[in-house]
Design a protein around this ligand. Structure first.
Ligand code: SF4
Length: 189
């Protein structure tokens, strides 16, 4: 191999992210998987904030995720809430402490500083990476976990967002959250 490949670049950026997580004083007490679970739960909607949603998103085993969620609960960073309609189902909610932590940390300073130094090529790169992710997900047939506003089921009813899949009203803030049921408009048959 003679040139730096896309894979090399992702590997290096991922390593830097791990180093940043390890060195950050607010994250010293958390395992990488626990940080990823917290970030996911801060970004996902009410249909996706379940242990299975976290497991699917992180692509790890149920046992590994379950241990991490227990640790987050013990640290006071998440709480469990029974589903109002299905008592067997549990939703995971960030505590105020966790929400403040995630808001303080994201986006990582080194990453946003680098993007800022790229000028207008920063947003271009972001768009291209989004395109790459869509292509990979389409070919691999994996859940997209995309933004609600870009889903093929996302509708407007009486001027308000509405989910055509669950047949339930959504709020404006739901539109910018990610969802495990998300489907891109182009997969419609
Ligand atoms: S419109 Fe799509 S992304 Fe939004 S809640 Fe419904 S299924 Fe999920």
């Amino acid at each position: 191999m003679t040139a730096t490949t896309l894979f090399d670049l992702f590997e290096r950026l991922t390593s830097l992210m791990r180093v940043w997580n390890r060195q950050h004083p607010l994250l010293a007490d958390l395992q990488p998987i626990q940080i990823s679970a917290l970030i996911y739960l801060s970004r996902c909607n009410r249909y996706s904030n379940t242990p299975l949603g976290v497991t699917d998103y992180l692509g790890l085993t149920k046992g590994t995720v379950s241990q991490s969620l227990k640790a987050l609960e013990a640290k006071g960073l998440i709480v469990k809430a029974r589903d109002a309609r299905d008592k067997r189902s549990v939703h995971l909610q960030l505590t105020e402490t966790a929400r403040t932590l995630v808001e303080t940390l994201l986006p990582p300073a080194f990453l946003s500083a680098g993007e800022t130094r790229m000028g207008k090529r920063g947003p271009q790169l972001e768009a291209l990476l989004g395109e790459l992710l869509s292509e990979v997900q389409r070919c691999a047939d994996v859940p997209s976990f995309g933004l609600c506003a870009t889903c093929r089921f996302h509708q407007q009813v009486d001027g308000q967002p509405f989910c055509g899949l669950t047949q339930e009203p959504l709020t404006q803030s739901d539109a910018v959250l990610i969802c495990r049921e998300h489907q891109s408009p182009e997969v419609a048959t």
